[in-house]
Write a protein of this length. Sequence first.
Length: 290
Amino acid sequence: MALRARQRCHAVLTGLVAFASAVVLSSAVPAQAADTWTEVGSDRADPLTESQGLTSVEVPANSANRYTGIGTIPISVSSRGWNHVGDPDASYDGYYVEPYQADSGTAKMFRVQAPNGTWSEYVHTLGSGEALNNSFVAIAPAGQWMVSGEWGTMTRLLVHPTPGVNPSTSPSANLPWTSSIRLDHAVRDVQGCDFLDATTLLCSSDDPAGTLFGMTKPLLQIDLSAEPGGSDVTGHVTALRQLPLRSSCSGNFETEGIDYDRRTGTLRVIVVSPGFCVLTDSKTYKFTRG
């Protein structure tokens, strides 16, 4: 009788667990199911001028997409040591921002073009423990705050006031690191991020190991607890899919910048081919959300 009682108790508990699980699953949609990005096409990425980053520009109307690469760095900029440009972004009201780094030093630089076409430079002095790398910028939809990224394995993204847009910024003053996005899962070698909406980032990772998410070169989604600003927020990280790795050459691919164009719903990511094929079949891949 004791054995039968235990069996009946086990059956009841099993049923309760199954019921509870069904309730939880029906009320919470996992991030993996929320955003499925399907490849819909690609364009060749020029290795000199389209190999680092890209952004869509809404102002002025009918503006062409903008790209960065070693060939887009002005001599007047590289001659002062700013010899690497990352993934840029543009605010919805027409401010365009490029992130720069040097081989050594204690600062990063953000080069800004205003809607009237004038350029200015904003220098950020590194904070305690901050890496020298300046991989990307992502301007929040409201425009006042900007996210930037380091390199390596990280559990944070950095938040700055958007230079030229936020009234607290000036080319003659240090651009501060104001707050952080605290990630609930480590990320590695993030090359670019862009805002899908006010509290969602999409990011391209150049992770070569695949140990963090079970895949190399993942497309990441980061769901924020609140819009970034003057105080820290948290970010829930999900790997959505592996980015395309196709080439006539074998070897190490490099994922680069990312852009989401809200006008068309198109996501674009640059993937640079290995070896000689960097010249022939590097691609900007296009995706739409299913």
